[in-house]
Design a protein around this ligand. Structure first.
Ligand SMILES: [Zn+2]
Ligand SMILES: [Zn+2]
Length: 255
């Protein structure tokens, strides 16, 4: 996949809106100063830890020590994921109690139903993960679907809006109808790893009219926590004949 430069009318309007109404930090709503600051104020930016090497070659978990090469982490050695590789743009601490600007912004987006965050967050993710994305030969982007009930409540699928920005940036089509979530699952946030896997088992199905045989799919989600959801989606896609599945998320919850 190759990053393609395109500016359309909506980008030009963004610039005009920013000029008329100087942008506020998407996390803390404070004023943004300086020309190069984008989307976050300096204080919030300084807390956002971008995913960097060394990391697990499969699940993309960053290793805390700064030195050494990428390698496979203990979790992936023990249980090989169903996808080939996963990467995230940035990390936040997994403990629910920990305040963090990236968690704040993800919560605003998902639970505060702030649909306008889809574009900036999707762009950060698309451009920030260029190293990973440019090596892929993905020919289809699939967002992790929501159950119809949750979609009605939220009004939008947060993963689809992120996926659309990746699609625009790399010129690869996105299809939100390939995967369907037919089992309504309990919220995952409080569940331990094993329960998360059980919770999503059999939750997804391929749309009966879609064929994905021999395709290489980039699966997009908002947050990677245990990997249970994207692993289950990958399993569903692979059983339908998909050649390889790669995963991209905006955030990664880490210990
Ligand atoms: Zn801020
Ligand atoms: Zn791993």
């Amino acid at each position: 996949m190759e990053l393609v430069a395109q500016r359309n009318l909506s980008d030009r309007l963004d610039w005009l809106v920013d000029w008329l109404y100087p942008p506020r930090c998407r996390a803390c709503a404070g004023r943004i100063h300086g020309r190069d600051a984008e989307y976050f104020c300096a204080a919030c930016w300084s807390q956002i830890q971008l995913v960097s090497h060394p990391l697990c070659k499969i699940c993309g978990r960053p290793f805390p020590d700064a030195g050494g090469d990428d390698h496979t982490c203990g979790v992936c050695l023990e249980r090989s994921p169903r996808f080939a590789a996963a990467r995230a743009w940035a990390c936040y601490p997994r403990e629910e109690s920990a305040e963090h600007p990236l968690r704040q912004v993800v919560h605003k987006y998902k639970y505060g139903r702030k649909v306008s965050l889809g574009k900036p967050l999707g762009r950060l993710m698309a451009r920030g993960c260029e190293e990973f994305l440019s090596e892929l030969r993905a020919d289809l982007i699939v967002p992790v679907p929501l159950h119809a009930k949750r979609l009605r409540w939220r009004g939008f699928n947060q993963s689809l809006l992120l996926a659309r920005q990746v699609s625009r940036a790399y010129g690869v089509p996105v299809d939100p109808f390939v995967l369907q979530r037919w089992k309504e699952t309990a919220a995952q946030t409080q569940l331990p790893e094993e329960d998360r896997r059980r919770n999503v088992r059999g939750a997804f199905a391929l749309h009966p009219d879609k064929s994905v045989k021999d395709r290489t799919v980039l699966l997009v989600d908002d947050v990677y926590t245990s990997g249970a959801t994207v692993s289950e989606c990958s399993w569903t896609l692979k059983r339908a004949g998909v050649k390889e599945v790669y995963v991209l998320t905006l955030a990664r919850a880490v210990y």
